[in-house]
Design a protein around this ligand. Structure first.
Ligand code: NDP
Length: 446
């Protein structure tokens, strides 16, 4: 790390104790910034980095709700409004028992740079709760969402802060949240949330956008080496929104996707994952991944322990959660001849694993670039809401494809410009930072 950045990093660590994931996300950005501070001394003089690491606003609140037996539960709600230099705060809500302030801050920090990379007018934010939706009835999830929004509504708005989904928050939860926002405010403010249903302000392609975008980004990386998805053996982790649509897109491009997983284990299906069955088990029935193997007539295996990264494959798409691919997994993947890794999830690859891939010359697409298609299409949903319009699937998909190609090209060009050709991590961090820093410096001491 550049010596001028070390004291800034130390101050961030001291000010945010015990927030390991946030520290990791800050380190990952700072590691890329040596050439930037050397070339642009104004970045240090204006204390832009110190300011970027401190959220503009952090909201923590109590969420009381009752289960179907009438028992009272208390969860904690979060919204971190990190940076509004480029537009209203924008970023998803995560409902998972592991959520605490450090997770929300890591995700919000990443979101600042990701949103800048899309070229859309959106700032960075993130939120969520330690509520665990698994095993809860629809009525319980609805009561939780209504209670969550009863506090959150006063902090958000189409020009202020626009939440969306993330782990544990999909179309069902966005529906309950939107309904409660509308009741409290007496406004049909479509642009206050994204990921809405099609009949009430949602956008075509939004459900598919993160997974599709990840594969589009990986395809662009492969293209630089004269390769493509056609004929590749692809490993995907997760079986949620991002994983399912990454699998579908990779298959459409001629790849064989042989794995999927959830928090209970993973499945290997050498003939290729049967997507309709996976969606039936995970999306419709909200079941466990083992049921996929049970219903696949002996063609797929379920492994309760271990990870998909132990399976041989040439392209890896981590689409589950942070730090799911570590150094030992990276070594296994390299032994098996992996040529490209693109992060559908946020920060799924540890710093050690990222370094191993980069040292070995593997194409590596960091999440803030590779999975930016989701938030970019959320911004397209906001555009449609603002103009009271709805676009066709083909048009929206074409816009997404153009955005992903342009993110890829910007990252590649910046990496080249700063003397690190092929380093998409540095390219993404520097491109995102420069856009946000320029806006912050122009807007006075904010
Ligand atoms: P979902 O809730 O739809 O799916 C998450 C998947 O990951 C599930 O299969 C879940 O398994 C699995 N998972 C979660 N935690 C763990 C864990 N600790 N160990 C193993 N598996 C786990 O979430 P999304 O698909 O929306 O999100 C996946 C990732 O993509 C996250 O990192 C998210 O931040 C990122 N992302 C999502 C975007 C979006 O548009 N949705 C946009 C950009 C990034 P189980 O079913 O057992 O819980």
């Amino acid at each position: 790390m550049h010596e001028d950045l070390i004291p800034i990093r130390q101050a961030v660590l001291a000010r945010n104790p015990g927030e390991a994931e946030f520290h990791q996300a800050v380190d990952e950005v700072f590691e890329s910034l040596g050439p930037v501070v050397a070339r642009h001394p104004g970045i240090l003089e204006s204390a832009v980095l110190e300011r970027i690491c401190e959220p503009e606003r952090q909201i923590i609140f109590r969420v009381p709700w009752t289960d179907d037996q009438g028992r009272v539960h208390i969860n904690r709600g979060f919204r971190v409004e990190f940076n509004s230099a480029l537009g209203p705060y924008k970023g998803g809500l995560r409902f998972h028992p592991s959520v605490y302030l450090g997770i929300v801050k890591f995700l919000g920090f990443e979101q600042i740079f990701k949103n800048a990379l899309t070229g859309m007018p959106i700032g960075g934010g993130k939120g969520g709760s330690d509520f665990d939706p698994s095993g809860r009835s629809d009525a319980e999830v609805m009561r939780f969402c209504q209670s969550f929004m009863t506090e959150l509504y006063r902090h958000i708005g189409e020009y202020t802060d626009v939440p969306a989904g993330d782990i544990g928050v999909g179309g069902r939860e966005i529906g309950y949240l939107f309904g409660q926002y509308k009741r409290i405010t007496n406004r049909y403010e479509s642009g206050v949330l994204t990921g809405k249903g099609l009949s009430w302000g949602g956008s075509l392609v939004r459900p598919e956008a993160t997974g599709f975008g990840t594969v589009m980004f990986a395809q662009e990386m492969l293209r630089t080496r004269g390769q493509s998805f056609d004929g590749q053996t692809v490993l995907v982790s997760g079986s949620g929104n991002v994983a399912i649509h990454a699998i579908g897109r990779a298959q459409k491009l001629g790849a064989t996707v042989v794995t999927a997983s959830d928090s209970s284990g993973y499945v290997v299906d050498p003939d290729g994952i049967e997507l309709d069955l996976l969606r039936e088990v995970k999306e419709v029935e909200r079941g466990r991944i083992s049921e996929y193997a049970e219903r696949r007539g002996g063609r797929a295996r379920f492994i309760a322990k271990g990870s998909v990264w132990e399976v041989p494959g040439t392209v890896a798409l981590p689409c589950a959660t942070q730090n799911e691919l570590d150094g030992s997994h990276a070594k296994k993947l390299l032994d098996h001849g992996v040529i490209a890794v693109a992060e559908g999830a946020n920060m799924p690859t540890t710093a050690e694993a990222t370094r191993l891939f980069q040292d070995a010359g593997v194409l590596f697409g960091p999440g803030k670039a590779a999975n930016a298609g989701g938030v970019a299409t959320s911004a397209l949903e906001m555009q449609q809401n603002a103009s009271r319009d709805s676009w066709t699937f083909e048009y929206t998909e074409e816009r997404l494809a153009r955005i992903m190609t342009s993110i890829h090209d910007d990252c590649a060009a910046t990496a080249e410009e700063y003397g690190m050709p092929g380093n998409y991590v540095a390219g993404a961090n520097i491109t995102g930072l420069m856009k946000v820093a320029e806006a912050m410096m122009a807007q006075g001491l904010i």
